[in-house]
Write a protein that binds this ligand. Sequence first.
Ligand SMILES: [Ca+2]
Length: 357
Amino acid sequence: MVVVFARLSWLVLWTITVTFVSSFNQYSPFQQCPVSAECNKNITQASSPEGTICSPRYSHPYPADITCTYDFYANPGERVQIKFTHFNLYKSKIYSEVNGDCKLEDSVSIFIYEDYDEATAMFCGDTLPLQFMSANNWMRVRFVSNPSPGKGQASGFEFQYKFRKDFGITTGLQSFGDRNRPLCHFTYNSKMQKVGNFTSPNYPGVYPSVTNCQYVFRGERGERVTITMDNFDVGLRSETNVCGGQNDHVTFTCYSHEGPDKGFQPICGVMQSLLTKRVSDGEYFRVLMTSNDNYEHTGFLGRYEFGKGYNVFAPTTPSPETLSGRESSSPRGPSLDVISATLLGLLVCFYMNTAMS
Ligand SMILES: [Ca+2]
């Protein structure tokens, strides 16, 4: 009996040790990729919720003429996020940093649509790629090393992956849909916090394609919500210069129902923080971000503030003409134009009365 107990104790100790060592290996940098790492892998969320992938023989130079494919399968509604911690691929003599064409180079490609075999992003050379996120619950990363000789010095790559419910948005209260499916819908309550940050999905990396995110702000009675955004970049406007529609864009609304709030024009392109400032009419405000299926950028770092005592006649933006802010003909309150017209009318009446008497 004693012997059995002793053996059990040893087993428990061994299990704890092994668990500790394997989790250490999984998370600490530069330790977690054994030389014998598999080149092709299917990684499911259930079997391995986060981990690290390295090029073959990392951190020694990788072999020539090899292709490795890593497929990631997240639970429905969740996203795959990858973050490179090392990136050093062999550059051929014809490679130019200026045009950066990776097609003839050793490269890492990212595919986000299972039925569409064209890379959404392709990385080569030795610039660390930005953090990346899938557009749905599947993503493929493919490494291709060309057969050309002389690549003895390139140490390859290392990236960490995570399956994410929260779209990489780490503030606010997330909402969930049918079957507990995570939504890109986050609520910020004044009762919880008066001032804080919110970000585009996967910030400061590239925001995912075909993704709509909503940020709902709920103030207390009499409060208004002020929003500003730093590093705002949702890509250049198209030639038609239309902000909204098929372009990536951000909209603002004081309504909780669907449909645009005509009081606020959408913003897009690259903008300075000051030009992104918007103030709600009342205690409710909602920000929506929409991305299309190509050319994604880094999004924004937003800041919200709940407060009372704003001057209702103060313009919400520094210059209505250039800033595409709330239009002066807002139906919700007297505008400066209306007040000016009224004053002018009174002056005319006064002048006419004086002249006639
Ligand atoms: Ca886009």
